[in-house]
Every structure is written in C-alpha cells, then in structure tokens.
Design a protein around this ligand. Structure first.
Ligand code: PY5
Length: 306
C-alpha cells in the first residue's frame, strides 16, 4: 500500500512540508537502527477526529527511549500536543500517526551518547493493515522459522526501530509462502506475538494471550481487549501458549494499532474457520469504541480539537 502524502510533518518543533521532511544520509539511526517509535490511530467520531489512547502511546514512546538511554528533548505533554496539532493541521478525520525519536547526524561511532536526538511526527491516511477480507473472514498465519527476540539480546518492551528487522524477515517469509502474517515463538519455544500484533486464542470460552515474558510487546490494543473482555464478562488470562494450542484453539485473533482486531482463520494450514462468537464480540466492541460509540470507554479518545 503506497504512502498517501499529506500537507505537513512535525520535525523537531516545526511543521514542515511533507516533501521537505528529510534527513542526512549519515543519520545515526539509518545505519544502526537507533531510534524508537509509536504507531497510533486517530478515528472519526461525532466530535471530529480523536486519537485513541494517545497519552498511553506517548508514555510508551518515552519508556522505549528510557530503555535505550535516549533523552527525548520534550515532555510527554509537549509530544501529546504536537501530535494533536499535526493531525489538526492536516485536516484529517482519521489517520495513522507515527511519532519517531531517532539519533541524528553528527557522530558515526557506536557510542550513541553524543548523538543529537531528533523527533518527528508524521500522519497519513492508512486503511486496514491486513485487508478488509482479513477483518471480515480472518487471516492465514504461519509460524515463523525466525524467533522473537531473546530479552537479553533485544528488549521486547521497547519499540526500537532496529528491532523490526526481525519482524520484517518473518513477514517476508510468511508472504512468500502464501500466508498473510507470521507468528513468532520465543527462544524458549512459547508463542510470543506476530510481526506487529499481539495474539490471542479462545479455548472453552476463555481468552488466553502470551505474557510479556514470552517476548511480546505490552500492546495498548491488547490492554483494550483485556478491558473489553472483562466488561463483557469473558474470562481473560495471560499464560504461555504452545504452538499446538494454536492449532487446537476454538478461536484465535490478533490485535494492534495498525491491524486493529483481526480474526485468525488458520495457523500452519490447520483450519480454525470463520470468526467465532467471542472474537466477533470483541471486534465489534473495539470498532464501536474507537469511533466513540461506547460511553464507558470515552476517556480513551483524545479529541484533537479540544
Ligand atoms: N507487537 C508488536 C511487535 C508491535 O509492533 C505492535 C504494534 C504490537 C504488538 C501491538 O501494539 P499496540 O496494540 O500497542 O499497537 N505495531 C505497530 C502498530 O502501529 C507497527 C505495525 C506496523 O500497530
């Protein structure tokens, strides 16, 4: 899906024209993946565009930076405001939002401490990440031959730009083999997560998702699914999942900001079939929530015009 350009991108405190949002070829992050980022979505609501759990995402951005010892030269509040401003000036009703903190131009050694820290916030219209068909009827998954990061090699709690080479390799492998998306196992052999999504199975009426200790990012959509499940009185548990648990699940689905909530229809060609009732209820509530249609979750929406 080619990028759809908009008017402005926020770069280090200024709104610059989309085509001028450029960096030098000797930008540290381009060579070593020394950056952290977030993926956020703004949705159309009856009161205009609203960003879903914006502050939670920006707090996670700062936590990622803390893990890598990158000092962001702004406060959480400043980045929250800058994000709203960027959505506002581009006149977008709904969009994807990509804040990026990266080590810039000036040093080429591996010691990142003297590098300048740059911050940008880009927004663009981005439709369904795994396709409309996937949202309706489910996606076909393949367990990757690539493992998720060992926590002592790469910290899964951080959204580090360089870490995503692992996800990209798994994605390419899955697509080349004719699947929609990959599932990665932890070095210990437990199910971890997908290339950019958390994973859930449903067994005997209970939702189970892997713990952070299996190498999964603590997803904000995953946290929303947990809250929605509990409010719908669906049992929800964090526990280790084996590969065979995926094959024998009653239902399975994945969640992420870009992907949203997507049913899984097969894993390694073991058919789970059309989306099941629990997946559907979670998915429907999630889509109503992000549009501001569910009163109890109104606080999750941060309106850009307020
Ligand atoms: N796990 C990984 C590895 C992720 O990259 C993401 C988000 C998630 C889980 C889900 O987290 P959340 O629910 O907080 O979004 N991935 C990004 C996204 O914007 C990048 C995808 C291209 O969804």
């Amino acid at each position: 899906m080619p990028l759809q350009s908009v008017d402005k991108i926020w770069m280090d405190g200024e709104l610059v024209a989309w085509e001028d949002a450029k960096v030098h070829v000797l930008t540290h992050a381009l060579h070593y993946g020394s950056g952290v980022f977030e993926g956020i979505r703004a949705y159309h609501t009856s009161q205009g565009a609203a960003v879903f759990r914006l502050t939670d995402h920006i707090v996670r951005l700062f936590n990622s930076a803390k893990i890598f010892m990158i000092d962001i030269p702004y406060t959480v509040e400043e980045i929250v405001e800058a994000t709203k401003e960027t959505v506002r000036v581009n006149n977008l009703d709904s969009c994807y939002i990509r804040p990026l903190v990266y080590l810039g131009y000036g040093e080429m050694g591996l010691n990142p401490l003297p590098c300048p820290v740059n911050v940008s916030i880009a927004v663009w219209p981005w439709g369904t990440y795994l396709g409309e068909e996937g949202i309706k009827h489910g996606v076909r998954m393949k367990i990757s031959s690539w493992q998720r990061h060992d926590p002592n090699a790469m910290p899964p709690a951080a959204k580090g730009t360089g870490m995503y080479i692992n996800s990209s390799m798994a994605k390419v492998e899955a697509i080349k083999a004719g699947y929609d998306e990959a599932i990665l196992l932890s070095p210990q052999g437990f199910v971890s997560e997908c290339t950019g999504e958390n994973i859930f199975i449903v067994k005997h009426g209970r939702i189970v998702t892997p713990p952070v200790s299996a190498g999964a990012l603590e997803g904000i959509t995953q946290d929303s699914v947990r809250t929605i499940a509990r409010d719908l009185e669906i049992e929800y548990q964090e526990a280790n999942i084996l590969r065979s648990d995926l094959y024998l699940a009653d239902e399975a689905f994945l969640s992420g900001t870009a992907a949203e909530v997507v049913p899984i229809r097969s894993v390694d060609d073991r058919e789970l079939g059309e989306p099941g009732p629990i997946t559907r209820r979670i998915q429907e509530t999630y889509f109503a929530t992000v549009k501001g249609e569910v009163d109890r979750y109104k606080d999750w929406l941060e309106h850009v015009n307020k």
